[in-house]
Ligand binder design. Structure first.
Ligand SMILES: [Ca+2]
Ligand SMILES: [Ca+2]
Length: 403
């Protein structure tokens, strides 16, 4: 089962690695004894540690506000956000927010996503996506930065925007990000288990198995947000959830916007066979569980009419991988050869690919690098320099050089 494979990869192996490296981290200071560069035949880039003095406990996200302060924020899955200056010799990553007591963490659960309001500089609002227990549910919340310390959020400032129950511990999605339209997009997995037993991703009356889009700047209808005017099911009469932007996704763990074009790219984790990358469009049905990528999965008829196929996909395997991690369209000025290419990878194999495309069709897909320890996420700083997180080693990497 894919589920077991991923569970092994996501839980057991990194925890194992963490056990090994935690000891090391505690007994060494700034010197690093790990092999910090990974490369292999056919790869064009080496990865080097971006911040040699810093390591994180099970990092799952790296983001930066565009507020002129040039800081980086890293999420530790257990429920901590850390902040540090975007300098290679940064010495310390301070705790910006600690909600470990609220978060149920482990496996695919935890503090999974962080987004800065587009006007963060003036309003200090951040948005997080985390799981909490009893009952197990996902929470989308807003916090506010401290009035006196820009490197600390006010832990008492939480305003819950949205919650949805999680029937199983896995497939909790995780990403939250603002689009170029100023709306907040939320990645919601199908709820979990395997094969979407409740057929939730195709059920438009449920939030699970969807990409959501909400307007956090206006409250209406008794909610702490409102529904954007052109959400596909706004004012529908069928009881469909109006927060839905796109549906039929399985576990879109990571998505991103190309800041230049506004295009929304998502990596949707597959079941037992195929991992996929999608370009997400308003009202689009991405096929799960009728299809896994563009192959029939579970359906009496497997009618593919109206279903959007991935822009690219790969069969699971030891040379490819088992769990896609969506990345970014590269706008990193230090990597001109990758400009405009979609950079993504696989959590399990650590492969990192660069996809070229034309008119939403894939043209080439090239293996460019490899990371060890579990590729939990890519990230960008405020200038769109690209980073990669190793879940198990807790390190942040950058693409060092074209060989
Ligand atoms: Ca779940
Ligand atoms: Ca799909």
């Amino acid at each position: 089962m894919k589920f077991n494979k991923v569970l092994f990869s996501v839980v057991l192996i990194p925890v194992f690695l963490t056990c090994i490296y935690t000891k090391e981290d505690k007994t060494t200071t700034s010197s690093n004894t790990l092999n910090t560069t990974t490369s292999a035949e056919g790869e064009k880039y080496t990865l080097s540690e971006a911040f040699k003095n810093l390591s994180f406990e099970l990092p799952v996200e790296l983001v930066s506000p565009e507020d002129g302060t040039d800081r980086i924020f890293v999420i530790e899955q257990k429920g901590v956000i850390r902040v540090f200056p975007n300098k290679a010799d940064a010495k310390n990553a301070a705790k910006f927010l600690d909600i470990e007591q609220k978060v149920e963490s482990g496996g695919e659960k935890g503090l999974l996503g962080l987004a800065f309001h587009p006007n963060y500089k003036s309003n200090g609002f951040i948005y997080v996506n985390y799981t909490r227990g009893k009952p197990l549910e996902s929470v989308i919340s807003r916090f506010k930065v401290s009035a006196s310390n820009p490197n600390m959020a006010d832990p008492q400032s939480e305003q819950v925007l949205l919650t949805y129950l999680q029937p199983y511990s896995n497939h909790n999605g995780g990403k939250v990000a603002f689009g170029n339209d100023g709306f907040l997009y939320i990645a919601v997995g199908d709820g979990g288990s395997g094969g979407d037993p409740g057929n939730r991703a195709q059920n438009k009356k449920e939030l699970l198995g969807k990409i959501l889009r909400i307007d956090v700047n206006n409250a209406s209808g008794g909610l702490n947000y409102s529904i954007p005017a052109d959400n596909p099911f706004k004012n529908n009469k069928e009881g469909f959830r109006e927060e839905i932007y796109a549906f039929g996704v399985r576990n879109p763990w990571r998505f991103s916007f190309d800041r230049q074009t506004g295009t929304l790219w998502a990596g949707d984790v597959g079941q037992n066979k195929i991992e996929e990358i999608d370009i997400i469009e308003n009202g689009g049905n991405y096929g799960w569980r009728i299809m896994e990528a563009d192959e029939c999965f579970k359906s009496d008829t497997c009618n593919k009419a109206g279903l959007i196929s991935p822009i690219t996909s790969y069969k699971q395997g030891s040379s490819t991988g088992n769990s896609v991690t969506g990345g970014y369209v590269c706008r990193d000025k230090s990597l001109p050869e990758l400009n405009g290419k979609y950079i993504y990878g696989d959590f399990v194999s650590g492969n990192i690919w660069a996809l070229t495309y034309s008119e939403k069709k894939a043209v080439t897909n090239e293996l460019i690098a490899k990371i060890s320890g579990g590729l939990s996420s890519f990230g960008e700083d405020s200038k769109h320099n690209l980073f990669v997180l190793s879940y198990g080693t807790g390190k942040v990497y950058k693409f060092a050089s074209a060989l």
